[in-house]
Design a protein around this ligand. Structure first.
Ligand code: FES
Length: 79
């Protein structure tokens, strides 16, 4: 996953309803952690993910995860 917000270093815990979501990866969105279309044609495109049942998820905010858009603990946070 590309760099999002290295100042954060913590996953974003959020409960989502079923649907398709787009995680911002450029950091320019005014609707973080979701994409609002602010990205240019740059290298950082939004990451699409689907939720099939209402659930709490942990979205990576450090940009180091290997399981984007989800935190995989690379940041050091144990879940
Ligand atoms: S916030 Fe990025 S791996 Fe946990």
């Amino acid at each position: 996953m590309s760099k999002i917000n290295t100042d954060a270093g913590m996953p974003i815990a959020i409960t989502l309803d079923p649907g398709t979501y787009y995680r911002c990866s450029c950091g320019q969105s005014q609707n973080l952690p979701f994409c609002d279309g602010s990205h240019s044609a740059a290298e950082h495109m939004p990451i699409e993910f689907k939720i099939t049942a209402r659930q709490k998820v942990y979205l990576c905010s450090c940009g180091k995860t290997g399981k984007a858009p989800y935190c995989d603990g690379t940041c050091g946070v144990k879940m």
